[in-house]
Ligand binder design. Structure first.
Ligand SMILES: C[S@@+](CC[C@H](N)C(=O)[O-])C[C@H]1O[C@@H](n2cnc3c(N)ncnc32)[C@H](O)[C@@H]1O
Length: 264
């Protein structure tokens, strides 16, 4: 598996491009590429003034900034200082308070970070060394009645998209129970990270075994990209990039992410 240094190197090098090519809204909470945001989905727990929120693997923390705009007290954590720097600038530009701290997913624990009312993470868990332990630590950090939201890679999307001929294309997944990981290289191919995905039942049981009550699961379908104008696309999804538009046929048919929401 990755160590923190692999993740830090890869993401520090990738950060500028990621933030440049991806449109991530600050006016909505995103769940994944070309998916509807919270303004449509309405799955978050009530966000109240002064509520303590923690985002792990936050990137630039656009979701945290959105929650801060609703009055929540937000801490965004990530292994990449470059990603966090971008978030600090975004929050400053809006005059919002966003606390940041550089930390690996596997390093976050109650003793050092304290407790929270809402802990959330979007597509960062696949980089962790021990995802079950991260879930256990998050569960311990929740105040009673608090919520954990994990959006992570859908195990079925770990398959390969295959074009058979001009009429038939689809997913080839050799083993659902051990979904193949992905290796991502930086442009100069000097640094790389691995991702790891798990079957839905494994993840569900990790959440339940951590003592939390699973309240919702989401397998969201993307917006109707081909029939929408540019303005409608901006209005209907908070997360978009040319790469994801090119992969629309795939994410339209196979969920790229799954979201688990659990309560303490
Ligand atoms: C695909 S990006 C998602 C960022 C953000 N959550 C979003 O939705 O835009 C994955 C993020 O996970 C962070 N990350 C990768 N490995 C990590 C680790 N071991 N500990 C903490 N963060 C990590 C990266 O730096 C990057 O910001």
């Amino acid at each position: 598996m990755n160590d923190n240094l692999d993740c830090e190197r890869y993401w520090d090098e990738t950060s500028v491009e990621y933030q440049q090519v991806t449109r991530i809204s600050l006016d909505d909470f995103h769940y994944g590429p070309l998916l509807p945001g919270e303004s449509k989905v309405k799955a978050l727990p009530p966000i109240t003034k002064g509520m303590k929120c923690l985002e792990i693997g936050s990137g630039a923390g656009q979701n945290s900034i959105y929650l801060a705009s609703l009055g929540a007290e937000c801490l965004a954590t990530d292994i990449s200082g470059e990603q966090l720097k971008h978030g600090e600038e975004l929050a400053k530009g809006l005059g919002l308070k966003l606390s940041t701290r550089r930390a690996g997913l596997d390093e976050i624990n109650k003793e050092e970070f304290g407790t929270f009312d809402f802990i959330h993470t979007t597509w960062a868990m696949p980089f962790a060394q021990d995802q079950q332990k991260v879930i256990q630590n998050c569960a311990a950090m929740l105040n009673p009645g608090g919520h954990l939201l994990i959006t992570t890679g859908h195990p079925i999307f770990a398959g390969e998209w295959i074009v058979l001929d001009e009429f038939e294309e689809g997913l080839f997944l050799s083993n659902y129970f051990e979904p193949p990981g992905e290796v991502r290289f930086t442009k100069d191919e000097e640094n790389f990270v691995r991702t790891e995905q798990f079957p839905i039942s494994t993840y569900t049981n990790w959440i339940l075994d951590s003592g939390l009550q699973l309240t919702k699961m989401l397998e969201l379908e993307p917006i109707q990209l081909p029939i929408l104008s540019e303005q409608e696309i901006v209005e209907q999804t908070p997360y978009d990039s040319p790469v994801w538009r090119d992969m629309y046929k795939q994410i339209k048919n196979v969920p790229f992410v799954v979201t688990y929401i659990a309560k303490k």
